[in-house]
Design a protein around this ligand. Structure first.
Ligand code: AR6
Length: 169
């Protein structure tokens, strides 16, 4: 049984086994959650990302996929980096967004993580409407076949929190 909790706050402050990063394909950092994780987590995360780029992920991480690194100085054991789709009103990319949640949980299972913190992937710089992002996040995690016991969604502002709360029921 996976329990789902909603938390309002900064994902970099969470004490969990794995923190999920809303990254980009380069794996080399950016703004939003990605910038905050690298800032607080310190250089060990970027070092490992660079090693991934120099080895299996020479072309970067594809949208909808996930890969783990150390969590550096965060109160977590791992960061699971995933790449959400950029919202495009003329193309349905929902399956890719769902894949981010599913693949992150799959990687978490491989690591043996029991608790995972997710941000609202794609709902910031990538422009996904919050309500729909919340729907996809919750539906996908609820349906996932995972050994992760605790999933928390860490929502940065009241609007995001309310969107998830309305969907959680
Ligand atoms: N803790 C929790 N949620 C946060 C935090 C935080 N510290 N900071 C922002 N959010 P975004 P994306 C919320 O933009 O849309 C980066 O440059 C934010 O309000 O971080 O998937 C990457 O490198 C929003 O609701 O991720 C990519 O290029 C949600 O987290 C690109 O942004 C996701 O916003 C990815 O864009």
């Amino acid at each position: 049984m996976t329990t789902i909790a909603l938390v309002r706050g900064d994902i970099t402050r969470r004490r969990v086994d794995a923190v999920v990063n809303a990254a980009n394909s380069s794996l080399l950092g950016g703004g939003g959650v990605d910038g905050a994780i690298h800032r607080r987590g310190g250089p060990a995360i970027l070092e490992e990302c660079r090693r991934l780029r120099a080895s299996e992920y020479g072309r970067g991480l594809a949208t909808g996929q996930a890969v783990a690194t150390t969590a550096g100085n965060l109160d977590a054991r791992w960061v699971v980096h995933t790449v959400g789709p950029v919202f495009d009103p003329s193309e349905d990319r929902s399956a890719l967004l769902a894949s981010c949640y599913r693949e992150s949980l799959r990687v978490a299972d491989e690591l043996g993580a029991r608790s995972v913190a997710f941000p609202a992937i794609s709902t910031g710089i990538y422009g996904w409407p919050m309500d729909d992002g919340a729907r996809i996040a919750l539906e996908t995690v609820r349906a996932a076949d995972t050994a992760v016991e605790e999933v928390e969604f860490v929502l940065f502002d009241e609007r995001a929190y309310e969107a998830f709360a309305a969907r959680l029921g």
